[in-house]
Design a protein. Sequence first.
Length: 362
Amino acid sequence: MTSLAADAPIAGHDAPLPVFDDERAWRGPAMAARSDWVHPLDAEDIAELDGAVARAIAAGGDLVAMTAADVPLPRLAPRLAAIRRALLHGRGVALLRGWPSAQRTLRQSATAFRGIGAHLGEAVSQNGKGHVLGHVANLGLDYGDPTTRGYQTTAELNYHVDAGDLVGLLCVRPSRSGGLSKIASSTTVWNELVRRRPDLARALSRPVAFTRWGEVGAGQRRWFALAPFQPHAGRMIAVMVPSAIRKAQAFEDAPRLGADQVEAIEVVQAIADDPAVRLDMDFRPGDMQFLCNHATLHSRTAYEDWPEPERRRHLLRLWLASDDGPALPASITTQFQGRTAGGRPNGINVPGVPLVAPLEPV
């Protein structure tokens, strides 16, 4: 069995467990009652976006290398800067609502989404194929396969985080039924875990193995090890991906989960799904949801799709690295993702695989 050391362990069995009373420790009912995290796009915003999108497409529309300078948004940019700060250093949740995706081509929507994302961070690869523009859609794959990612199926997803500082989703089309987005503050979940089961909080302060889903970079093992909850620089940093933890147990050289860690992961899911903790979000066409991965868990319910291919559920996805993001434990980049030029989490990079931005799910 491999011996692991935590990046920033909580010292001592009897040492006090930290709790965090800050903006990131929000609760769903209170968030649902306020609207400062919801940002409607009005007619002038949409007109500005339409103009920027048209110019970007006419100039070649390189979705891989796109920067904020390629999609100038003089009216929206100050609001996007404030949203960026709130995502990285505040509550970690934002919803832009009102983009008319049903009246725009997929290329127009992808360019608008990619352009807004460029104002929030640098797009990084989401898988071993080098996709900087991802697609959350049912590809008919077997969720039980160790290399299958849940977003490629219609299955219910556990509460988890993605890679990068931020994750963004644009709803092109919703499903026929189901597919409800559910999010929870990982800081609140940690605080509740400490209050209810301090023994399990300690269990998730120890490293566990995560599968790399077969997307293995140079010099890497098929799995990496991180503590799912790591206090760092005055805040809680969470890396919780239950399916990746469970599937890593298929590797003989990966360390075995302790019984307390297995139970702790289940309790985290129950806490996150508590109606007093979670926030539900029913995506409308054109909604753009952005979350800070270090502070927010997200999930979705299972869904039923439309039989017609052209009507099926389709979300676009971005993973973004933001140079002004929060301080992170070293293990986030040394074990998990690697670093961008700015030193931020760099997504999934496989040697020899170029970055691409497909417009259809593949």
